[in-house]
Design a protein around this ligand. Structure first.
Ligand SMILES: Cc1ncc(COP(=O)(O)O)c(C=O)c1O
Length: 453
């Protein structure tokens, strides 16, 4: 097995077995009851510990078929999957380090998770806003994030009726982290102007650079001003799955809510996001509604506790079982597979950052923290615009044959080339080849530019 891949023989064996199980299932359907008799239905929590090591994939497939599929509703919305989601959320929350009540829900990705988090922050600070709208708050609520934070925060502020202008973008320091002193100054200014600060959105793993904000410092500011701290850890919060590297997100447990996208650093296929909160009651406050037309699970006679319907704690109503793939991956490969993945990718990125440092043609443009490397062409005397044009031409040259993909972006307003090690299949040889291609391209581009600077 390489990374999360099976060898070809295992893949075929599992695939054929799955086809057999699907065939058995559909062949049995004409005589299959819709669900178990009520006295056998259980909504009790699953209590497996987060697996450290993976187990035999065929056994997991058998377990899923017999325990989950066969005991669920025999319609595509198999109700039993909610248990899997609950258990996966618990595993993630335990890795955050929360030993207090928490809850969460799977989302379509980071955008929905960030949107949900702002809805929770609003519900916590202005409970009346859920019924009355933000206009009923009386004064203008404002929130804060770094200049480098993801634009899903702007989108969410707009969609929640706060207005995109309510989002204060705070400058970053040399490490591309939200600058705590600027933040505190802006909060003071806003309060003096009669506005109502209610939330700070920190980032663990900025999209451009992989920078991680100083979560401990931001949590202290939030505590002082009684603000909700949301952590957009869509990418970087995955570091909690590594014992060795979890310090990269030190202070994550101080957040009131956390976004994490298993489809980023946890190697899941699209789509899988998660929103977690250490104020579980806010999920119901923000998303709960009562309807006469949804099945009343709570009134059914079942053994054990009854689950909360997901539509009560989520922006979604009908939903995909996005948790299943992470739960299965953890069952089949175990947390230690992530320990290895995270360590390997950090080492690969550090290796590539070193190649850049020792190159005569390129320079690092930001510290490498997570497996993202920002760098730019060295062009003494060139303007920012000339550097941007050459960076872009280099990227165009190394990507045009379709063999590899890297990109350009702006960090702190300046052009950088961005290399992110995200595939679990990437190894040294791919980075060596990339560096060779970059070096050939930069030589050609620099000599084409010579005389114009
Ligand atoms: C830091 C960050 N937050 C949020 C998002 C949005 O996530 P998604 O694309 O899963 O909705 C991204 C996407 O790249 C991101 O990098």
């Amino acid at each position: 097995m390489t990374g999360f891949d099976f060898d070809s023989e295992t893949r075929r064996r599992l695939g054929y077995k799955l086809i057999d199980r699907i065939d058995e299932y559909f062949s049995s359907l004409p005589d299959q009851p819709v669900q178990l008799p009520s006295e056998l239905r259980t909504f009790a929590d699953l209590t497996n510990r987060l697996p450290e090591l993976g187990e035999n994939a065929e056994k997991v497939l058998d377990d899923v078929c017999s325990e989950v599929v066969m005991k669920g509703f025999h319609v595509p919305s198999a109700n039993y999957f909610a248990k899997i989601e609950k258990e996966t959320v618990r595993w993630i929350g335990e890795r955050v380090g929360w030993n207090k009540p928490f809850d969460g829900t799977f989302t379509s990705g980071g955008n929905e998770a960030n949107f949900s988090a702002l809805a929770l922050a609003l519900a916590a600070h202005f409970p009346q806003a859920i019924e009355e709208g933000v206009a009923g708050i009386g004064a203008r609520p404002v929130l804060y994030t770094s200049a480098e934070a993801h634009h899903s925060i702007d989108k969410s502020a707009g969609l929640l009726g706060l207005g995109r202008k309510a989002l204060r973008r705070i400058p970053v320091n040399a490490n591309i982290q939200l600058d705590p002193s600027h933040l505190e100054a802006q909060i003071g200014q806003d309060k003096s102007a009669g506005l109502v600060p209610f939330c700070v959105v920190a980032t663990a793993g900025t999209t451009n650079s992989g920078a991680v904000d100083d979560l401990v410092a931001l949590a202290a500011i939030c505590k002082r001003h009684q603000l909700w701290l949301h952590l957009d850890g869509a990418y970087g919060a995955a570091a909690i799955f590594s014992d060795q590297h979890r310090d990269l997100v030190r202070g994550i447990d101080l957040a009131d809510s956390i976004t994490i996208d298993p489809h980023k650093w946890l190697a899941m296929p699209f789509a899988a996001g998660v929103i977690l909160t250490s104020h579980p009651e806010t999920l119901q406050q923000a998303f709960g509604v009562s309807t006469p037309y949804m099945p009343r699970v709570a009134t059914q006679k079942t053994s054990g506790p009854t689950p909360l319907d997901n539509f009560q704690v989520s922006t979604q109503w009908s939903r995909r079982t996005n948790s299943l793939k992470l739960w299965l991956t953890l069952r089949v490969h175990g947390r230690q597979a992530y320990e290895e993945l995270i360590d390997r990718q950090l080492k690969l990125a550090a290796y590539f950052a070193n190649c850049v440092r020792s190159s005569q043609h390129f320079e690092l443009a930001a510290p490498q923290v997570l497996p993202i490397v920002n760098f730019r062409v060295k062009l003494p005397g060139a303007s920012d615009e000339q550097i941007r044009v050459v960076n872009q031409a280099i990227v165009q040259e190394v990507t045009h044959d379709g063999r590899r993909w890297i990109s350009t972006t702006l960090v702190n307003g300046k052009s950088v080339i961005r290399v992110m090690v995200i595939s679990y299949l990437t190894g040294h040889r791919h980075l060596e080849d990339l560096m060779i291609a970059l070096t050939e391209a930069v030589k050609r581009q620099v000599s084409a530019t010579a005389g114009r600077i």
